[in-house]
Write a protein that binds this ligand. Structure first.
Ligand code: GFB
Length: 312
């Protein structure tokens, strides 16, 4: 990618898309294009085709998706499968049809079976049943991976797929009903502290384990892979993570410490735990020469500072 290459970042206002924009800008890319949801509905095939005809991007990052935490996934499975399938099918087909040089598709670690051996290697895809709370989202993301694979196979396109672990950082969603656990806990502890509340409620048992990657590391990995590798060198897709996980209880203690909340923690076991563990095997990623830099505590600290500045 040259500095003046035309690069389209789909989802530029979201957690991942905004981090990819920051990364590309910091590397001197000066021909970035983007559209808000109001300007371009990616679930509408005609609008997507018109956009590609008009703009003719050379490189595309697909970071636009319908996303959310365990409760949102479980409550709105129809939107999670429909919106994501439509976005992927429209964009991937347009990327091929309008001759984009290279394309990056973002999946998710929830594509793996609920009880996959840990850590999860890329080859475990489609070897068992999915976790029910996010099956709709996972099926859509698996379809995206296979769209890339089959377009590469049939048309010789250069579509790279990456599977990130749970991400967090600036521009995350802090809405308590729809967010992921890490931003939810930052908000819960902060609000409990400033309102002098005696307790904070954590969903589930606290026993599930999750791996967390700061979104600036994620963006760095995406740009690194786009700059240095073709799809055939990577294989069907590559996991992006840190190779280490923590239990929700351990995460709770880190966030409680960073925020400085001293009250009680209560577990609401009427809420689902989801997958017991989803730790990625990152040996392929490491063999490609990339490793994360931001440690969890440092990342939580900076995300908390960002949240306080942008408090909603
Ligand atoms: O981050 P999270 O919503 O999603 O939840 P998943 C992770 C764990 O944290 C679950 C617990 O065991 C939750 O029960 N948890 C505790 C909380 N307190 C809270 C809270 O206040 N809010 C939230 N949200 N969780 C998502 C998938 O799964 O992961 C998506 O639904 C996607 O499809 C994403 O793959 C990365 O890690 O369980």
């Amino acid at each position: 990618m040259e500095n003046d290459s035309k690069i389209y970042v789909a989802g530029h206002r979201g957690l991942v898309g905004s981090a990819i924009m920051r990364k590309l800008e910091s590397k001197g890319h000066n021909n970035l294009i983007y559209r808000t949801h109001q300007e371009l509905d990616l679930t509408n095939q005609q609008e997507v085709n018109d956009f590609f005809t008009q703009e003719k991007p050379e490189y595309v990052f697909l970071a636009a998706a319908k996303v959310g935490g365990i409760l949102a996934n479980n409550t709105y499975p129809a939107e999670f499968i429909y919106d994501n399938l439509m976005i992927e099918a429209n964009v991937i087909n347009a990327v091929h049809k309008y001759g984009v040089k290279k394309f990056l598709f973002l999946g998710s670690s929830c594509i793996y079976p609920k009880y996959a051996p840990q850590p999860m290697k890329e080859e475990y895809l489609l070897t068992g049943e999915l976790e029910p709370t996010n099956e709709a989202y996972a099926i859509a993301k698996i379809a995206g991976i296979r769209l890339c694979k089959h377009y590469n196979q049939q048309y010789g396109t250069n579509f790279i797929s990456v599977m990130p672990t749970n991400l967090y950082g600036p521009n995350d969603n802090f809405d308590l009903q729809t967010s992921h656990v890490l931003p939810a806990l930052i908000r819960k502890f902060h609000e409990a502290k400033i309102n002098n509340e005696p307790k904070v409620v954590i969903w589930g048992t606290g026993k599930p384990c999750r791996e967390f990657l700061h979104v600036d590391d994620m963006a760095d990995a995406c740009v690194y892979l786009m700059e240095n590798f073709d799809a055939e060198e990577i294989g069907e897709f590559v996991n992006i993570g840190v190779g280490k996980d923590v239990s929700i209880t351990e995460l709770t203690e880190i966030i409680r410490g960073v925020v400085g909340f001293e009250g009680k923690i209560v577990y609401d076991t009427s809420k689902p735990d989801g997958t017991p563990r989803k730790l990625l095997d990152v040996s392929l990623l490491h063999s490609l020469g990339w490793k994360h830099r931001i440690c969890l505590k440092e990342g939580i600290q900076s995300t908390f500072e960002w949240y306080r500045k942008h408090e909603f």
